[in-house]
Ligand binder design. Structure first.
Ligand code: ZN
Length: 358
């Protein structure tokens, strides 16, 4: 099992090419020292953002037009001097520059519209298709980063096809070969999942060829579904750990982290809680999606209540109770909240007590 550092920062930094003076006053030494002084021992820095802009001199992608330095390289070197771990952020399906230049790489929804931004809309990002040649472009960018920088991990953001599925020409060709019907929502969902998993499998192969030991995380994949096939379990091996992005005041709501944390810690990987808030989305008034999440949570609570009632009915038989109690007494002890701090080469981290399952 991977041992994650305890104090981690995730920089979510997306800068339009229209914004000037990028990193003009940036002082990498001060940046790293500030992190060190505040006990941060890992920081995820950005290589490519949702705008499709790279923050280093690139031969494959597009460097931000108003960046005059190797910002990525400076951040990595300065942090490593302070013994701070540095995973690198790469935006996956959101790359506005690539979407603008290659219309045919953008996912198409069932209504025939480019996903996920409305025609002539300015809010939201267009989503690139993981069945299109965009994947080769992204692989070349990843290769370039791994070959030129000493990165400690990769954070691939927004790894997902639209639901039920994309009907771009690449997807239609692929579905035809697989004998799947694009008019059928079930087939579209199965195809989306297949495309996403193939992407992660290929990306893992590429990354492991160059950097066998670094951490790999694919964001936007974590979900809790009743179906073993459609859920996360068949994908677990693609992840070195799970990062649970959960921003309470935004889309996620205040109950998201607790039940995701409880579920994901059963999958045999370390988990990392990613919380905070987006500067523009942290208004006090409830976000419509937040209200949606809250309703989802209440729905889950209602289901849970029904399940508990059902179990009370089933387990009211003395015979069943004796079986349940017997099984309990022979199972490993389960305790919650029993942690200890452990120091390793990368700093302090929080560990569960050995031999105890939490
Ligand atoms: Zn497609």
């Amino acid at each position: 099992m991977e041992i994650l550092p305890f104090g981690q920062i995730h920089l979510d930094f997306h800068t339009s090419p229209l914004i000037g003076g990028i990193a003009e006053d940036f002082d990498a030494e001060k940046f790293a020292k500030t992190l060190k002084e505040t006990q941060v021992n890992s920081v995820t820095v950005f290589a490519k953002c949702h705008h499709g802009m790279s923050y280093y001199p690139t031969k494959v992608g597009v460097m931000h037009p108003h960046l005059k330095s190797d910002l990525l390289g400076e951040m990595i070197q300065a942090c490593h001097r302070e013994r701070i771990r540095v995973p690198v952020y790469i935006s996956v399906v959101w790359d506005e520059d690539a979407a603008r230049k290659h219309n045919d790489w953008v996912q198409v929804n069932k209504e025939g519209k480019l996903a996920e931004r409305p025609p002539l809309g300015s809010i939201r990002w267009r989503s690139l298709c993981l069945a299109s040649p965009y994947v080769s472009y992204l692989e070349e960018q990843t290769k370039e980063i791994l070959e030129n920088y000493e990165v400690d991990g990769l954070f691939f953001d927004t790894v997902r096809q639209i639901r039920p599925g994309c009907i771009c020409n690449y997807c239609l060709d692929s579905m035809e070969k697989l004998n799947l019907d694009p008019k059928n929502d079930g087939d579209l969902r199965r195809h989306s999942l297949r495309i996403e998993r193939e992407f992660m499998e290929e990306m893992n192969k590429l990354v492991r060829t160059i950097s066998p030991q670094i951490s790999i995380f694919y964001n936007s994949r974590l979900r809790i579904l009743p179906s073993p096939e459609m859920g996360i379990r068949p994908e677990v091996d693609f992840f070195s750990h799970f990062g649970i992005e959960s921003l309470p005041s935004d889309l996620w709501g205040y109950t998201h982290f607790s039940y995701f944390g409880r579920y994901y810690r059963t999958l045999g990987k370390e988990i990392l809680g990613m919380t905070g808030r987006f500067h523009e989305n942290c208004r006090w008034k409830p976000h419509p999606l937040w209200v949606g999440r809250m309703s989802q949570s209440l729905g889950r609570f209602w289901l849970l209540k029904k399940q508990v009632r059902f179990r009370i009915r089933v387990f009211s038989s003395p015979f069943l109770w004796s079986k349940v109690l017997h099984r309990r007494s022979t199972s490993p002890q389960r305790r919650i909240g029993d942690f200890r701090l452990q120091e390793n080469s990368r700093g302090l981290c929080l560990r569960e007590r050995e031999g105890e399952v939490v």
